[in-house]
Design a protein around this ligand. Structure first.
Ligand SMILES: *Cc1c(COP(=O)(O)O)cnc(C)c1O
Length: 396
């Protein structure tokens, strides 16, 4: 990660196909496009990669989460249970629908804790969102069991875990709906883009219509199409899809490189007794987009993080002090600051955030360091990096 590190001829060729015919829109203009339907082709490629029946491309990962929830009928006043460790997009996408994000603890997988999910269920709960953070996954069997018992929708945000699997299934394909991001820093990038995947035909049809102003996509004349329900514009463009199409063809190559680099660093760091690694559930295989490890306490993690920065070990994150991925710094949510009025129901629904204790998650995130695994490193660079990390951690 990220895929842009290895841009090359393939990306250029796909983009030029689109520029040569000038049709940047994914729908219509059949006569002009010389047979190029990059978005449709990318959807087919993603169906195969993610072993899913249906794929709807959208404009971003954040849009994917909103579209996924909307497609399954989640809306005003519904509660969606989500983890305290994720990207801000998770609650943004929920709140855009007028729904209420119910934040709960993570466990040592760094994903949502199934026991915390169970404890947060109320009569208003509609869906559980599991976020497969930093290339790995939650305890999916246990999470799925809670959802089944309580008849809740399971939505998977696999934006950071493209290529990871659980019991042979691609991450994103386990829940009722899965969401992906192809933004500029993800494993597969389109510049901006995202996808909703599902095996449920009705959800897919809803996603297809909803993400294009409610267009029913029946027939060849956009103007004559009808609108069964309200929609928005979450469309992806052909230029973006063209880049993604080149990138998805290279996913196996990217995953091989990630695993190789990850393994070299992990083997070196394994020799430090005080380090433990994030738990990967049995039957799971990471995408190896990140290497996550725990140090004994916050103080040590802060020192190591600082020393990494001082010594040129870039792209290692200490999320405890980061503004975007952990609840500790989300004051715009906890003391709600919105540009426009938010419904009283949602405001009231968020009151719990002022007092709820997330000590368990605090402990995991305080001790965690998450290192991005880059694709462009040479093997020599990875080894030097691993040895430097070893020295830094061992001397603090
Ligand atoms: C990147 C990301 C998103 C949002 O994707 P965008 O395409 O940037 O909107 C959502 N969830 C997670 C976990 C992400 O990492």
């Amino acid at each position: 990660m990220p895929g842009f590190e290895l841009f090359g001829e393939l990306e250029r060729k796909e983009v030029n196909d689109v520029l040569d015919n000038g049709v940047l829109m994914r729908y219509g203009f059949d006569g002009m496009r010389k047979g190029h339907w990059k978005s449709k082709e990318l959807e087919t490629a993603l169906q195969q990669s993610f072993k899913t029946e249906h794929v709807q491309l959208v404009s971003s990962g954040t849009a994917a989460v909103s579209v996924a929830l909307a497609s399954a009928g989640v809306g005003a006043g519904d509660e969606v249970i989500m983890p305290v460790f994720t990207f801000v997009a998770s609650f943004e996408a929920i709140m855009m629908l007028g729904a209420i994000p119910v934040l709960v603890d993570i466990d040592d997988t760094l994903a949502i804790d199934p026991k915390a999910v169970e404890a947060a269920i109320t009569p208003k709960t509609k869906a559980v969102m599991v976020v497969q953070m930093c290339g790995s996954m939650g305890n999916m069997d246990a999470i799925q069991a809670v959802c089944n018992t309580h008849n809740l929708l399971l939505v998977e945000d696999a934006c950071q875990a493209i290529g990871g699997t659980y019991k042979g299934k691609p991450l994103g394909s386990i829940g009722d709906l899965g969401c992906f991001s192809f933004d500029f820093v993800k494993t597969i990038t389109c510049g901006e883009g995202g996808a909703v995947i599902t095996n449920n035909k009705a959800y897919y049809t809803n996603a297809d219509h909803y993400s294009d102003h409610g267009h029913d996509h029946k027939g060849n004349d956009r103007g004559a199409e009808t609108h069964p329900f309200l929609g928005y514009n979450f469309r992806i463009s052909e230029l973006h899809s063209a880049v993604g199409l080149a990138q998805i063809k290279r996913l196996p190559e990217f995953l091989t490189i990630q695993k190789k680099h990850y393994t070299i660093i992990r083997e070196v760091l394994s020799q430090i007794p005080e380090i433990t690694f994030r738990t990967v559930p049995e039957g799971g295989e990471e995408s190896y987009a990140f290497l996550n490890f725990y140090l004994p306490d916050l103080e040590k993690a802060r020192k190591v993080s600082e020393a990494f920065k001082q010594n040129g070990i870039d792209a290692c994150f200490h999320y405890y002090d980061n503004n975007w991925h952990y609840i500790r710094k989300w004051d715009h949510l906890t003391n709600l600051k919105s540009l426009f009025p938010i419904s009283a129901e949602v405001k009231e629904g968020l009151e719990y955030l002022k007092t709820k204790n997330f000590a368990k998650s605090d402990d995991y995130i305080a001790r965690n360091i998450s290192c991005l695994i880059k694709l462009s490193w040479t093997e020599e660079e990875v080894k030097t990096r691993a040895n430097n990390m070893f020295k830094i951690i061992s001397t603090i």
